[in-house]
Design a binder for this molecule. Sequence first.
Ligand code: M6R
Length: 610
Amino acid sequence: MCGIVGATSERRISEILIEGLKRLEYRGYDSAGLAVLNDNGDIELVRRVGKVQALKDAVGEQPLSGTTGIAHTRWATHGGVTEANAHPHISGNCIAVVHNGIIENHDKLRQQLQQLGYTFNSDTDTEVICHWIHHERKKHDDFFAAVQATIKHLEGAYGTLVMDCRNPGRLVVARSGSPLVIGLGIGENFVASDQLALLPVTRRFIVLEEGDMADITRTEVKVYDRDGNPVEREVHEFDGHYDAGGKGEYRHYMLKEIHEQPSAVRHALEERLTDHGLADDVFGKGSLELLKRVKHVQIVACGTSYHAGLVARYWLEALAGVSCNVEIASEFRYRTSHVHHDSLLVTISQSGETADTLAALRLSKQLGYLGSLTICNVPTSSMVRESDLAYLTRAGAEIGVASTKAFTTQLVGLLMLTLAIGQFRGMSHEQQSAVVQSLKVLPNKLEEALLLSEAIEALAPEFADKYHSLFLGRGTQYPIAMEGALKLKEISYIHAEAYAAGELKHGPLALIDAEMPVIVVAPNDELLEKLKSNVEEVRARGGIMYVFADKHAHFKSDDSMRVINVTHCDELIAPIVYTVPLQLLSYFVAIIKGTDVDQPRNLAKSVTVE
Ligand code: M6R
């Protein structure tokens, strides 16, 4: 989704802005731009459709001397992908605005501004913000007061950053629904929608709360809450582990992140397990008091994180002895749902900023849940700050749009949640020890799964000319099949569907032919024999299968079936281990298809608008 970077300094800042935008590229965007206030007090604007590199090239031809500026990567919502719709937007050659989010009442505001004589140069909702500030500026001598007055008219979600030609060295930001951080420097200050953008210039951040505004100069940052009262917000030192670094030896971030899974899981386990159970406070101080009372779990999430929730339902119901519902956040938030007695609301999110999941968390507070827990990767995110309890997945920064290590570390957290709740609900010591032992060997098992890389790369050409594919699994492997299908479709653009293998004969069997590869996940679990019958159903109809199987499952390659033997592992952690070969498969297919693996078309890393 859109990204924001801003800076006010004594040095030239166009390079800082562009580097910041580059570091936000992973979030997904389709155009980029920046505006810098030059030494003559004029705003210099450069915008380009396409990559930040195109913007950099354009700026390179026309170096900018200003020391205060704002920049943006846009992911189109209102108005097509054009230079005119790219941010920043300017009003009266003096007010420049970048904005993340959606202004829902933009039509009404646009009409009012047109009646006041303003001319619009774009189709965006954002342009109403800059004209409205310009309009308010006629009534307010103070730039900050003009932005404050404007914000009162806006409905919807916004993280917005404003620059005024009459106030060199000053930036104003407002946050409502779209995250913003202020980076603190020495004699210079910065703004970004994600702290990763500012790591080359600072490691000290203020995370703005909902409704906050800030007045920023080179030497001072004043923050005001939603009622306009001055407030002190905590200064966070950046957690070094969350720095993505570069791609290192890898061709793509996604591949690097796939290979980081053993170490990410090791880090996730550190100091959280004892020999027979969980260390105290894994879910936050005093969390056990709340978890002790849980009789039902309601999980809400989107995309890959939703798939993690679906796996967790099997664990929570079978091991922890609590009932569990799992729902996509965009559905949950707009329907009337029944809240079970003593129910814990669990959100799962890599970013902690996904608009629908965050809205579901906020809604849950009025619905009578026992409390809320988030399983999240970003320590400073809205979900972590707004939930009663938080479990940090410690995956480190995930840059590839396709989620990989975030998912496997979410599953680790959900197994720990199973332990945390199960210990109060009759889970035996033996069962708890078994979970702990399985978790402890997991990093090694993931390393073994990664050894399949070459074999999977060799299979990939067989998928490259296909238009459709079917993923099958049973039990906890059904959500893993769903996750495998999501990975394949998002980075290789091949249509992929997942089915619980037992559902085949209720419809999808009609699709089977040699042109649609069928990918089967087959660990050696209690459903293996059932799955084998489903495999025969596919074989009998001329289907071509790729079976990721435990070596003890006794599948044999033949004309209709390619068997890839996955390391033998305990049933409990099998969903985590079997995820890895499916990630590798989608990666290598995407490589052959030549797609933009880390930033697939039309997608954004963090979906902060509905
Ligand atoms: O940050 P979140 O985990 O809340 O994001 C949810 C989904 O947008 C995300 O998992 C998405 O489905 C990924 N691109 C999948 O790879």
